[in-house]
Design a protein around this ligand. Structure first.
Ligand SMILES: [Zn+2]
Ligand SMILES: [Zn+2]
Length: 341
């Protein structure tokens, strides 16, 4: 294939150049690129304006990954076979609930996320992030960057999420996200626009800080990060814990089992990806008591020879109890907010 990269005329500042001019001025050798790098360059050449190309690609990527990752969970919710792995088996989201949630999420994607994503290109370039450039960095360069983004986001979220549980911020912002005490994949980004913005900072600031200090970051690596982060968030809200879920392979991975408890009991487990901050700061104490009680009750029931149905009934009762305590805890926070308003 060949690209028309001829460029003539007085030099322009790079932010005013078209993609064709940028590739020509960088002396990009298209014959050395792999398939995905070629598609990347084609997209920038097709759009012409790099700001538009990055903005559109980022928004489309976010929508495709978000809803694409939710589809398997919608199918799983519709199949009774999977109920045995549902963390709160008494609460299956109805198609109506899922549709209402989808509409709300789409509304916030177009009103809050789309403008933020469009502004991201100029911000990224200001900090020296590569966007249109090809080839991409190597995996060796990307892996430590991705590890940093995970680490930063997890800690940022741990702190900001606890702030969102203070009475006034809870009442005016975070309450929307807690609408579902038994969450499902689509509910991952079901939140107040301000919450989407605040917690979204945790996702974006990691790459920006890295770029400001190191300056060798490509937006392609950021796309991989955002894809992984969306998978993490949607899976954490899925409501299912399978024997093959990541947390059973990596014990410090939070997963659905960790975050589902946060929605059910309203307290504890503020992190996103990892369990370590909640463990270190003791914000998983009630969660651990709940699980050890559940394990002990199940072991005692098994020893007594209780049938599977009776054990499920016992599990259901314990879940309901924890949820009731959660409702009480939420009421306490809301009444504090009433007093301060
Ligand atoms: Zn919360
Ligand atoms: Zn949540």
């Amino acid at each position: 294939m060949s690209f028309n990269t001829s460029f003539a005329g007085p030099p322009k500042p790079s932010h005013l150049m078209t993609a064709t001019e940028l590739y020509a001025s960088a002396g990009t050798d298209f014959s050395q690129l792999n398939w995905i790098e070629l598609q990347w360059a084609r997209w920038y050449l097709f759009c012409g304006n790099p700001i538009l190309a990055t903005g559109l690609a980022s928004f489309l990527m976010h929508e495709i990954v978000y809803f694409g990752r939710c589809i398997p969970w919608i199918i799983i919710d519709a199949m009774p076979y999977f109920r045995k792995w549902k963390l709160q088996p008494n609460k299956i989201p109805t198609p109506q609930e899922q549709w209402e949630c989808t509409k709300q999420v789409l509304f916030s994607h177009f009103t809050v996320e789309a403008p933020a994503i469009l502004l991201f290109h100029p911000a990224a370039e200001m900090f020296g992030m590569a966007t249109w450039q090809v080839p991409f960095p190597s995996w060796k360069a990307m892996l430590p960057q991705l590890a940093w983004f995970f680490f930063f986001e997890d800690f940022f979220h741990f702190v900001a999420h606890q702030a969102l549980h203070t009475p006034l911020l809870y009442k005016h912002i975070h309450k929307i996200h807690h609408k579902y005490s038994a969450p499902f994949g689509l509910a991952a980004e079901y939140a107040h626009p301000l919450e989407v913005f605040i917690l979204g900072m945790g996702t974006i600031l990691g790459p920006i800080i890295y770029c400001a200090y190191r300056g060798d970051l490509h937006i392609f690596t950021v796309y991989i990060w955002i894809t992984l982060r969306l998978f993490q968030a949607i899976d954490a809200h899925s409501g299912y814990d399978f024997p093959w879920s990541l947390q059973h392979i990596l014990p410090f991975w939070a997963g659905a089992e960790h975050h589902d408890f946060h929605h059910m009991a309203f307290i504890n487990n503020f992190s996103t990806s990892f369990r370590w901050w909640d463990r270190i700061f003791g914000t998983d104490d009630r969660y651990r008591v709940y699980h050890s009680r559940m394990r002990a009750s199940m072991a005692a029931a098994r020893a007594k020879g209780l049938s599977l149905d009776d054990m499920r009934e016992l599990e259901r009762k314990m879940i309901e109890e924890a949820e009731k305590e959660g409702v009480e805890a939420e009421k306490r926070v809301e009444s504090l907010a009433e007093k301060r308003d």
